[in-house]
Design a binder for this molecule. Sequence first.
Ligand code: FE2
Length: 379
Amino acid sequence: METKNDTTPIEKVFPDAEDFLPINGTDYIELYVGNAKQAAHFYKTAFGFQSLAYAGLSTGVKDRESYVLIQDKIRLVLTSPLKSGADIGKHIDKHGDGVKAVALFVDDAFSAFDETTKRGARPYFEPKTLSDDLGEVRMSGIHTYGETVHIFVERKNYNGIFLPGYQKWESHYNPTPIGLKYIDHMVGNVGWNEMNTWVKFYAEVMGFTQLISFDDKEISTDYTALMSKVMSNGNGRIKFPINEPAEGKKKSQIEEYLDFYEGAGVQHIAVATDNIIETVMALRDRGVDFLYVPDTYYEDVLDRVGEIDEDLKPLKELGILIDRDDEGYLLQIFTKPVNPRPTMFFEIIQRKGAKSFGKGNFKALFEAIEREQELRGTL
Ligand code: FE2
């Protein structure tokens, strides 16, 4: 296993990669969930998302219902099946609620499909054009790890609310947003010895470069270990860390995820805020549970990260973690899993110059996760 030391500056392992797949950003994230209507209510209430669009029986869709939520640049699509035996229901039965599609906003969905499939991507659906009286959207899709897919969305000729087939969702229930701005990164957990397969996939099939890697000596506690590599597209707007478990004394959190998700999948969605203290206070008020961080973490944290703009007191009260790299620092916090299965969770992150992912917090974080695993009896 080739890995880089944590002191290695951010480097390009594949410097010659050609950007044959220009990506403007994350277009939307679609979750397959047991009850999209109730999940939409949860994400509005707890996370401050706004109602955007709807598709289902009343819009002529017979087999599924989808609610689209928005907060600044983040769009979440929550989809449930209307009949048994369909792919969506099978996905939910196997994985529980989870991310099915990470849709990427591109200039040319047809070329994105051609360029990736000719490099070995497995097609999810062929390029197609959807249209209504507000214009047209071109889309295509490929498979990635597990049953997760990437959908390429080209919307430059579309003026509708979301996609053709969706209608505006007007709601009289509109909880205020809490300052979530955009998707900072999305992390995939893959199986034993699969990390490099998927690093290679993102490098060769999608033209991404590797930013950072960590090995199990860096990311380990007494009990648990993992390895991680961060893949990023050409303009850096898309960052996908890929984790795989490593041998520890007890079951690692990645292994626990793989057991409960029954395969590889999206582990966490990291969303950016400009004011993490206000955002996290709002999330707590609205019932979101975060991982507990021991008070001892704060005893020497400033020795490790140096001076920061924020008072330590509210960070400690809220359990917000701090880390620093060569370019600045970052503040971050992790929710508990948002589903019954200990699988997907959210990270809230505020970057103050730092471009890394909080490696200095991994040990404190994993110890916090292990306390939760202990309670679940899955350590
Ligand atoms: Fe993260």
